[in-house]
Design a protein around this ligand. Structure first.
Ligand code: IMP
Length: 429
């Protein structure tokens, strides 16, 4: 399950809904930059690292090797769930997952500051710098926490380097080895029981016929390769990311579902063709409570962009989509969907790689009539207002993808299921 926009599509809710049927739920990329809000029986849970599947007792929930783990955040989340009476015994964390270190958070902030006007608008959780160290082959991993002697040596090495950089490039304070060491080893001890070789674990589950749900974080347009670079995150939210970030072969994945919010939102900077300014935008932002789960920042909002969703479909080989937050648009007199981009007099077919081209793209809109508030818990599609149904049909036509699920609220019951998701792949499409 992947996000088809810029993140915040409501993946937490969809994961929670689909997790009911799954035996295993796996996070494969991203880190504490992600934020999932899940509501169970009126109780709200905000999670950053632990897969949302944890809210079903006993379910195996894996933090895969492709995730960057801030142990302080992870330990905090485990304790938060336990304090609310939740069972976390099904949690497993890959020994291969890289750690977010204190210098990553500091460098994230300093790099953003240095960029000034050109800043990316990161969540400042140290995620980019942690992936930089992973690629530079100097990263520390979750498994290292369990080997204190070598952890100390490698940290000492890294700190010497990072401190030089902090002091001489940025004029910042150096970090003390003993401080970092003490807190990280303490968190390591708390995590010890959860650390595992997760790829074999997942592959064994698949071989045994269990249902495994890979839960993407962020969204397609934030993908390091395919997103609106450089205004992206440093990992791969597209479906292919699941293979690398969880250690499973592409032949093991049966279906890919894209989560499409009924409108678009974006936190952070970068071009946004269908962005809404003024009253309509404020209304959608307020109705949708579009403020970051991780940072509290107001999100930029805009109309649904079918060009973008079609691009996401291509990149992840989507089989179907889940439409979320249809309720947020209720009450508007009319709604719009971008179906194409106009660029310098012509129409652009493919989502452009150049940001200056994207900046100049003008969305070609299709306008549809609005609809009133949906019933609290609709049983089926027929319970929705005809105009809301028309919108769903239109999204289906404009994206060329079947809608498998519609979400009209935060509760589990506020979901309409239209097609089974855990099915073997249908023969050649
Ligand atoms: P980073 O992932 O913190 O480095 O931030 C890079 C970009 O990704 C920024 O535009 C962030 O706002 C965005 N981003 C990261 N995580 C999320 C998320 O979970 N939802 C939405 N945007 C995100």
């Amino acid at each position: 399950m992947v996000g088809t926009q810029w993140g915040d599509e409501g993946k937490g809710k969809v994961t929670d809904y689909l997790a009911r049927e799954a035996d295993v739920v796996v996070r494969y990329q991203g880190g504490p930059n992600a934020g999932h809000t899940v509501v169970v029986d009126g109780e709200e849970f905000r999670l950053h690292l632990v897969p949302s599947g944890i809210l079903y007792p006993g379910k195996l929930c894996v933090v895969g090797n492709g995730v960057v783990v801030d142990p302080e955040v992870l330990v905090g989340e485990i304790e938060y769930l336990q304090s609310r009476g939740r069972d976390v015994s099904g949690l497993r964390v890959s020994a291969r997952a890289h750690l977010v270190m204190p210098y990553h958070r500091i460098l994230d902030a300093l790099q953003e500051q240095a960029l000034g006007e050109r800043r990316i608008g990161t969540t400042l959780r140290g995620v980019g710098p942690a992936y930089m160290d992973k690629a530079a082959r100097v990263g520390l991993r979750v498994g290292d926490l369990l080997e204190p002697a070598s952890f100390r040596t490698r940290l000492e090495h890294n700190l010497a380097d990072k401190n030089r950089f902090l002091q001489h490039v940025y004029g910042a304070e150096p970090l003390r080895l003993e401080d970092v060491l003490e807190s990280y080893l303490a968190w390591g001890e708390k995590l010890r029981v959860f650390v595992a070789e997760t790829s074999p674990l997942i592959n064994r589950a698949i071989a045994a016929g269990q249902k495994v749900l890979f839960e993407g974080a962020q969204g397609t347009l934030l993908d390091l390769d395919h997103g609106t670079y450089p205004y992206v995150t440093s990992s791969h939210p597209v479906a292919g990311g699941a293979c690398i970030g969880a250690g499973v072969g592409p032949t093991r994945i049966d279906r890919v579902i894209g989560v499409v919010k009924a409108y678009t939102s974006r936190v952070g900077d970068g071009p946004f063709p269908t962005e809404l300014h003024g009253e309509e935008g404020d209304l959608v932002r307020e109705r949708g409570h579009e403020y970051g789960t991780t940072t509290g920042r107001p999100r930029r909002v805009g109309w649904l962009d079918a060009v973008m969703v079609r691009y996401a479909a291509l990149l992840s080989g989507l089989d179907g989509i889940a439409i979320t937050r249809l309720d947020v648009l209720a009450g508007l007199p009319r709604v719009k969907v971008a179906v194409a981009y106009r660029y310098r007099g012509g129409e652009i077919e493919d989502f452009p790689s150049s940001l200056s081209v994207l900046q100049e793209c003008e969305p070609v809109y299709e306008e549809l009539p609005g609809w009133p508030e949906p019933p609290e818990t609709p049983g089926s599609l027929a319970d929705l207002h005809p105009h809301a149904r028309r919108y769903v049909e239109f999204v289906q036509e404009a994206t060329g993808l079947p809608v498998v699920l519609i979400s009209i609220g935060r509760e589990r019951g506020q979901t309409i299921s239209l097609a089974p998701v855990f099915e073997p792949r249908p023969p050649a499409r």
